[in-house]
Design a protein around this ligand. Structure first.
Ligand SMILES: CC(C)(COP(=O)(O)OP(=O)(O)OC[C@H]1O[C@@H](n2cnc3c(N)ncnc32)[C@H](O)[C@@H]1OP(=O)(O)O)[C@@H](O)C(=O)NCCC(=O)NCCS
Length: 330
């Protein structure tokens, strides 16, 4: 049976560092509040007009180089983002144009913090079925142009950062492979984390009054998101491990979505995983949504925290609600 693997990865963070103290020029906040509740010390922001596809380009080229492939090998682009360059067309099409591969299939995956996991599951199925041979996944977000930089928006705006992470998925040849994925969604909780406008369900989609009210900025019920994550992630981890005949003892590294250090520490404690087996980098980048898992996974590999043959677990929860996990042999 044909299997697939992550053949190479890349990530890219804009150079501009914005510390918690820097945010105080726009809102009433403090390094102490932000760090205590989220673990974040700083994040990266783009400078000027940079969209998600531009941010993804260097990460994509790095992932292809690491995989020993060129842009000409790519037969499918999956682009995960909640901050697409444009409402339409999708950022996958724009990345294909940037990479100079006209005609190559491209699809956007709008699953927010689990966008990379949904993309990985989709790429795995495509390679296993023979429909694609070399899938380029990009998780890329430009949050800085869409957050409310004021005291009114501070509960959300301090958490998010810009960044991109990419992976190249090809046929497995040497034991390294994607093993399984478990994906979930529950739209009953859409309103606990969303951007309300502009939206097709409203006529007109956006008015000056809506903008005055800040309805075009993300809104979050942070406590509800926190509770869903802490309740849903541990059973999900047990489920995906159990159905593949593994236990937590077999897992070399959990790479969780970087939404909040406290969520990940609580989840790790519930699972009985020590800090040496859980990857964190939220302190440097904040929540980069669809980019967070690929950036963290690539950094874990670059730092030697994941070695060939290791069993690695990826897991996350975010807007939708959506949540999911992927299990792989590195
Ligand atoms: C957002 C989050 C950090 C808030 O933490 P919290 O412990 O729920 O917040 P608290 O209830 O302790 O604090 C709220 C108070 O802090 C204030 N506050 C909010 N943001 C602030 C900020 N950036 N700086 C200072 N004060 C802030 C609020 O106005 C409120 O003040 P009040 O009590 O006077 O009304 C937390 O709920 C969270 O991380 N949730 C999960 C979010 C997440 O993971 N989102 C991404 C999913 S992909």
């Amino acid at each position: 049976m044909r299997r697939s693997r992550i053949a190479g990865m890349g990530h890219f963070l804009p150079e501009r560092v914005v510390t918690n103290d820097d945010l105080r020029q726009w809102m009433e906040t403090s390094d102490e509040w932000i760090h205590q509740r989220s673990g974040i010390r700083e994040r990266r922001w783009v400078e000027g007009n940079v969209g998600a596809s531009e941010l993804a380009e260097p990460a994509a080229l790095q992932a292809l180089a690491e995989a020993g492939r060129t842009v000409a090998d790519v037969d499918m682009i999956l682009f995960a983002t909640l901050s697409p360059d444009l409402n339409f067309p999708g950022s996958g099409c724009l990345l294909g144009a940037r990479l100079g591969i006209p005609g190559t299939a491209a699809m956007d995956i709008r699953n927010q913090c689990t966008g990379f996991l949904y993309s990985l599951a989709t790429a795995d199925s495509m390679v296993r079925s023979g429909m694609a041979k070399c899938v380029l996944i990009a998780g890329s977000e430009v949050h800085s142009s869409g957050i409310e930089l004021s005291t009114r928006g501070r509960d959300v705006s301090v958490l998010f950062g810009d960044g991109a992470g990419c992976a190249v998925i090809t046929e497995a040849t040497d034991g390294s492979m994607l093993l399984d994925h478990e994906l979930h969604a529950d739209g009953r909780f859409a309103e606990i984390l969303m951007v309300e406008a502009p939206a097709s369900r409203m006529m007109p989609r956006l008015t000056p009054q809506m903008m005055e009210e800040g309805r075009h900025y993300p809104k979050m019920d942070g406590k509800a998101v926190f509770k869903h994550a802490v309740e849903k992630l541990p059973p999900l981890v047990h489920s995906i491990l159990g159905r593949n005949g593994f236990t937590l003892d077999d897992v070399a590294m959990l790479v969780p979505h970087q939404a909040n250090m406290r969520i990940n520490e609580l989840v790790a404690r519930h699972l009985g995983l020590g800090p040496e087996r859980v990857m964190h980098n939220i302190q440097k980048y904040g929540n980069t949504t669809a980019a967070s898992i690929p950036i963290a996974l690539h950094e874990a590999a670059q730092e030697g925290r994941i070695k060939k043959g290791d069993l690695v677990l990826l897991a996350g929860l975010g807007a939708g609600l959506t949540w999911g996990a992927s299990l792989l042999r590195w």
